[in-house]
Design a protein around this ligand. Structure first.
Ligand code: GLA
Length: 405
C-alpha cells in the first residue's frame, strides 16, 4: 500500500522525494447509538480499513490537497494564510472534501481552543510550512463507517508528527471533533473521532462520553465474524435529521431537569426514566429520550455480556438496539430495516443492527464464520428484492489507531 501511495503522489505532484505515508482507521459502532451527545456510553472499534495519506512539507505557505477518491475535484489549492487568520473562519464550499483536512489545520490555529490541549505561547505558530498531500480511503464514503473522522484524525496525526506538536491521541480526537463541529458545521458527538484516534487491535472501546473515561475490552468473538453490510443508500449527516434528534433530546432533558437533578440523559436508569416520563409530556420527546436512556443501559449490559463470553446475550442487545432506533428514535428507514430484518432471519446470526447515524449507511452483523457466505448471498438477495438496491458486504477485522507506515 505504501508504494501505491508513493506512486500516486509522484503522478500528481511530480516526484515522491521526502514523502511520508500515514494511515488512520475507520470505525464501526457495535452498540450505543445516539448516546454520545446524551452523556451515555458507546462501544465502537477501529477497523483495518481506513484512510491513507502521502504527504510532504513545502518551503512556502501553500497547501495542496488531492484525493484518489474524488479525482474529478482535481488538486485543491489553499494557503496557511487562509486557515490561520486569527479566530476568523474562511470556508469555501467549493473546496468540497478538502474542508475536512482544512478544518483540522484551522483548529490547530485556534489558540483559544488548542491552549487547553497544547502547551503554546501567545503568538506562537504551530504550523509554519505548507504541504502537498494525497489521500486515499478504502472506507465507502457516507456509509456510517466514519470516513470523515478518519480523514480528520489522520490529518491531525500527520500535523502532530511533521510539525512536532506534543498532543495526545485523546486530544487529537477532541481537536478533530472541534474541526467537524465548528468548521465543517456538523454537530457530531465524540464517538467517531475517539474510536479512530484511540483504536486498538482486537479490542473495542467502552467509552463513557460524559467524562471520556474509557476501557479497552478484548473482542473475543469466538467462532464469529463481524460482517458489515452497506445499504448503499447514501447518508449525509448534514442534511439528515441528526441535529433535530439532538435538540429533541436536549428538550426532553430540560423538562426532566425540572424534577430530577441530572446533567445528561445518560445519568438515568430505565426505572428512574420511566418514573418521570409524565413531565416530558410530548410523546415524540418521550420516545427520543427513552431511546437515549435505554440504549445507554443496553451498552453497559453489552460489555458485561461480552466479558462473560455470552455472545447470545450480546447479540440480543444489538437486536433490541435496532428496534429502539427504528421505533423510538426513528433513524432507520426502509433500507436499513430491510437489511437488518433479512439478517435476523438467517441461520448463524448472533445479532444485527444499523450502525452510525442512520438514515442509510451500514448495518453491523455478528455472524458465525461457517454461515458468513450463506448470510451474504441470502441477505443480498432478500434486500435487493425488497428495495431494488444492491448491498455490499465486508467481513472486517478490528484494527489499531493512526500511525506512520
Ligand atoms: C454519527 C456521529 C456520532 C454519533 C453517531 C450516532 O456517527 O458522528 O457522534 O452520534 O452518529 O451514534
Amino acid at each position: 500500500m505504501k508504494n501505491k501511495l508513493l506512486n500516486w503522489f509522484s503522478d500528481i505532484y511530480e516526484d515522491s522525494n521526502g514523502v511520508n505515508v500515514y494511515f488512520a482507521p475507520g470505525r464501526v459502532n457495535l452498540i450505543g447509538e445516539h448516546t454520545d451527545y446524551n452523556g451515555g456510553h458507546v462501544f465502537p472499534c477501529a477497523l483495518e480499513i481506513g484512510t491513507y495519506a502521502a504527504v510532504r512539507l513545502r518551503n512556502d505557505r501553500t497547501l495542496r490537497f488531492y484525493s484518489m477518491n474524488f479525482p474529478d475535484e482535481g488538486v485543491i489549492i489553499s494557503s496557511l494564510d487562509e486557515i490561520s487568520s486569527g479566530e476568523e473562519l474562511i470556508y469555501h464550499r467549493k473546496d468540497d472534501w478538502a474542508n475536512y483536512p482544512k478544518g483540522v489545520l484551522w483548529a490547530f490555529a485556534q489558540h483559544s481552543f488548542v491552549k487547553k490541549y497544547i502547551d503554546i505561547k501567545d503568538g506562537q505558530t504551530l504550523i509554519d510550512r505548507g504541504m502537498d498531500i494525497l489521500y486515499y480511503g478504502d472506507i465507502p464514503n457516507g456509509s456510517g463507517l466514519s470516513s470523515s473522522a478518519s480523514i480528520e484524525v489522520l490529518t491531525a496525526y500527520i500535523i502532530k508528527d511533521l510539525y512536532h506538536i506534543d498532543i495526545s491521541l485523546r486530544d487529537i480526537s477532541l481537536l478533530s471533533q472541534y474541526a467537524e463541529n465548528k468548521y465543517v458545521g456538523v454537530n457530531c458527538g465524540i464517538m467517531d473521532q475517539f474510536a479512530v484516534a484511540m483504536g486498538r487491535e482486537n479490542h473495542a472501546i467502552f467509552l463513557d462520553t460524559s467524562n471520556l473515561d474509557y476501557e479497552y475490552a478484548p473482542l473475543n468473538l469466538g467462532d464469529n465474524k463481524i460482517v458489515i453490510a452497506n445499504s448503499n443508500k447514501r447518508r449525509g449527516l448534514g442534511d439528515s435529521k441528526y441535529n433535530e434528534r439532538r435538540s429533541e433530546c436536549e428538550e426532553a432533558l430540560r423538562r426532566l431537569q425540572a424534577v430530577i437533578d441530572i446533567n445528561t440523559l445518560g445519568d438515568l436508569t430505565r426505572e428512574e426514566f420511566d418514573a418521570h416520563t409524565e413531565v416530558i409530556k410530548d410523546n415524540t420527546l418521550i420516545r427520543r429520550a427513552r431511546h437515549a436512556v435505554y440504549e445507554n443501559q443496553r451498552t453497559i449490559e453489552a460489555i458485561k455480556a461480552l466479558k462473560a463470553d455470552d455472545m447470545q446475550g450480546f447479540g440480543k442487545l444489538m437486536n433490541e438496539s435496532h428496534i429502539s432506533l427504528r421505533d423510538d428514535y426513528e433513524v432507520t428507514g426502509h433500507e436499513l430495516d430491510s437489511l437488518v430484518e433479512a439478517a435476523w432471519e438467517q441461520e448463524g446470526v448472533i445479532g444485527a443492527r444499523m450502525t452510525g447515524a442512520g438514515f442509510g449507511g451500514c448495518t453491523v452483523n455478528i455472524v458465525n464464520k461457517d454461515y458468513v457466505e450463506q448470510f451474504i448471498s441470502n441477505v443480498g438477495r432478500l434486500y435487493e428484492d425488497k428495495t431494488g438496491l444492491k448491498a455490499d458486504f465486508y467481513v472486517v477485522e478490528v484494527g489499531g489507531g493512526p500511525g506512520r507506515i
